[in-house]
Design a protein around this ligand. Structure first.
Ligand SMILES: Cc1ncc(COP(=O)(O)O)c(C=O)c1O
Length: 386
């Protein structure tokens, strides 16, 4: 069921494509997640949806922010965020980036290499630093494939290097892979992380559980309470084992807060039969891989698709985007059934689309502009004028 705010936005006829976004849903999701995790601090991962109205909503909830660049820092500060609640979570920093972040008031950084620790020590002496661990991300729809994080032995060495370099070793972080469907994956990561923290000399570390909290796209996912229970049990196990005396929890949700707040409304450009090539109809939309549907690469994320106001018989389709790129096919394997009388000009909605859509859209590949965002009261922002 859509929120009243989304229903209202979608009731108005507008040029497509656009992302209808309801910050009230973000607030509700924030409350649900924090209720499940008790006193854990939330750092919203700005990359999921950096829309200023979303950031303002989260500032009003008391959230902090996981930022990856100076532009994201500036967006958070413009939305009224306290710089003390910002964490620079991207360990790939160019020269001077940490110093610029610190000049803006950021005091918290994440690292995963000796090279970065040395750069932080030179640029931001005294800063609080978490070490990112590479963990098993089985159960994730979009795993990191080892791009970030250190293995446990190296992570212990990094914690010691941080402490020896005039920085403050704050704790350990990991990312269990986005759209992580298994609470047990977090539990296993927590056990390793707290062993690493203890071996690195931290008795009460920050334990930053990263992002990955899933949303129900086409299939149900475990509720936040299941994840919280798995994490709590793992922390208790680490304390019982003597690895640490306790831990301060942080979460970095992106998808879980933003995805349910958005509906991507598109329009059919063409419905084609393709004799000899595919028995299904091909439905070409005015939005595709390059206007916000980047996460359909490899068909990793399967958005629910609906044609509002139509209840006639449906049949299977291939869903494709509008550009001339061969990769601009949204769903070829993922089953999508749309009305048999679907025609050019009809409206199609992709649901649960508030995360990693507007922020991923290209500038104007093939002349198709970035995804316009439409918000309650505040009108439209971003993208080309529609
Ligand atoms: C460091 C970090 N934290 C949090 C997130 C948010 O992840 P998710 O949207 O899966 O919650 C990401 C996403 O890539 C990330 O890189």
């Amino acid at each position: 069921m859509l929120s009243p705010g989304l229903e209202k936005l979608l009731a108005t006829d507008r040029p497509t494509p656009y992302l209808a976004l309801d910050p009230q849903v973000v607030r509700e999701r924030y409350r649900a997640l924090t209720a499940a995790f008790g006193d854990a601090r939330v750092l919203y991962a700005v990359k999921a949806c950096p829309e200023p109205a979303v950031l303002r909503a989260l500032v009003s909830c008391g959230a902090g922010f996981d930022v990856a660049s100076q532009a994201e820092i500036d967006l958070c500060l413009a939305a009224g965020a306290d710089p003390a609640l910002l964490q620079h979570g991207n360990p790939v920093r160019g020269p001077g980036a940490a110093a610029r972040a610190a000049a803006a008031g950021v005091t918290r950084f994440v690292t995963d290499s000796a090279e970065d620790v040395d750069a932080l020590a030179a640029e931001v002496p005294g800063a609080r630093v978490q070490v990112r661990l590479s963990v098993d991300d089985t159960g994730s729809a979009t795993p990191f494939h080892g791009k970030f994080g250190a293995l446990p032995g190296e992570a212990v060495a990094l914690l010691r290097r941080v402490a020896a370099s005039g920085l403050r070793a704050a704790g350990v972080t990991f990312h269990a892979g986005s759209q992580q469907s298994r609470p047990g994956t977090y539990a296993a990561a927590v056990a390793v992380a707290l062993r690493v923290a203890g071996a690195g000399g931290l008795r009460r570390p920050e334990l930053d559980l990263g992002g990955g909290w899933p949303v129900a796209y086409r299939a149900a996912v475990p509720p936040p309470a299941d994840y919280a229970a798995a994490v709590r049990a793992a922390v208790a196990g680490a304390v019982a084992a003597g690895d640490v005396d306790g831990a301060t929890l942080l979460l970095e949700p992106g998808r879980a807060l933003a995805a349910p707040a958005g509906v991507l409304r598109a329009r059919v450009l063409r419905v084609s039969r393709r004799p000899g090539i595919d028995h299904r109809r091909w439905v070409y939309l005015d939005v595709g891989r390059y206007q916000g549907l980047a996460e359909t690469e490899g068909e990793a994320i399967g958005y629910p698709v609906r044609v509002p106001g139509r209840d006639g018989p449906c049949g299977p389709v291939v869903l494709a985007g509008p550009t001339c790129d061969g990769d601009d096919v949204v769903y070829r394997r993922t089953p999508v059934a749309l009305p048999l009388d679907l025609a050019a000009g009809d409206v199609v909605d992709l649901l649960t689309a508030g995360a990693y859509t507007s922020s991923y859209a290209s500038v104007a590949f093939n002349g198709f502009g970035p995804l316009r965002v439409v918000l309650p009261q505040e009108g439209a922002s971003g993208g080309l004028p529609g």
